[in-house]
Ligand binder design. Sequence first.
Ligand SMILES: Nc1ncnc2c1ncn2[C@@H]1O[C@H](COP(=O)(O)OP(=O)(O)O)[C@@H](O)[C@H]1O
Ligand SMILES: [Mg+2]
Length: 296
Amino acid sequence: MHIAILSVSLNVHSTRRILEEAQHAGHYVELIDHTKCSVKLGEGRPQIYFEEENVTNEFDAIIPRIGAKVTRHGAAIVKQFEMNNVFSTARSLGITRARNKVRTLQIMARKGIPIPETVFSINPDNIEEQIKLLGGPPVIIKLQEGTHGMGVILAETRKSAKSIIDTFYKMDTSILLQRYIAEANGEDIRIIVVGNKVVASMKRTSDLDDFRSNVHRGADTTAIKPTAKEQFIALNATKYLGLGVAGVDLMRSKKGPVLIEVNASPGLQGIEAATGVNVAKHIVQFVEKNGYRRRK
Ligand SMILES: Nc1ncnc2c1ncn2[C@@H]1O[C@H](COP(=O)(O)OP(=O)(O)O)[C@@H](O)[C@H]1O
Ligand SMILES: [Mg+2]
């Protein structure tokens, strides 16, 4: 097959892993930096260019690995491939939905997937009430579009929560407020879904002096087998967002597992090291199953 990986750089470990596995399986793989792609609309069928090369009909499948900073353009490029009937491991819509935590949680709430109590607002006049809606401090304050744990703040007192929230509202930064799930003890669960299957799962335990369990924040990882309910949540969340590949983050709250967020381009290094599962190979096999069918 001819496969394009949409990513800004080969220096990203996960990109390299997928490239390696796809080449190993005998596919022709090109790395397409979507920030260097242009789309020509107008007369005739839309054409997709990568720098000077017309790549409109080059690929049987694309694997988007769209970074946080370039989601909008990346999703538009993915959309263009989709409209040309090229299989994508992530639908454009899924990428934009997963990018925004409020949007993700709204969809989950509508579909009956358990999530933490969450408040979003832009009103600086009733911050007290917003905190009260969550049962008072401590509360989590989160950038709607943060990643790697950056932009997730634990406000332990009403005073600090108020001043932080007020600052974000005044700066026109989109945030959400969430109940602090203290009982999870700084642990969360990352489940990797590939094509309707759970292929790998790990528990992440935060560094002693942090509450965030991101690998980028120094969390420890161990392989686990998620419960049936956790697997159900991960599989359905992935499907509801419109993703073929996803990293679903859950926390174990006193009311049971709750979905925190979904990553459309989950990192592979941490999960492959913790579990020994060849996730990149699973992704390539998923592409093999679906790629040709669509183009015919
Ligand atoms: N409501 C919460 N209660 C307790 N800890 C949380 C809560 N939300 C997030 N965290 C912690 O912060 C980490 C990062 O939050 P997350 O929403 O996944 O943002 P990011 O996109 O930056 O990873 C989580 O992995 C978890 O350890
Ligand atoms: Mg996360």
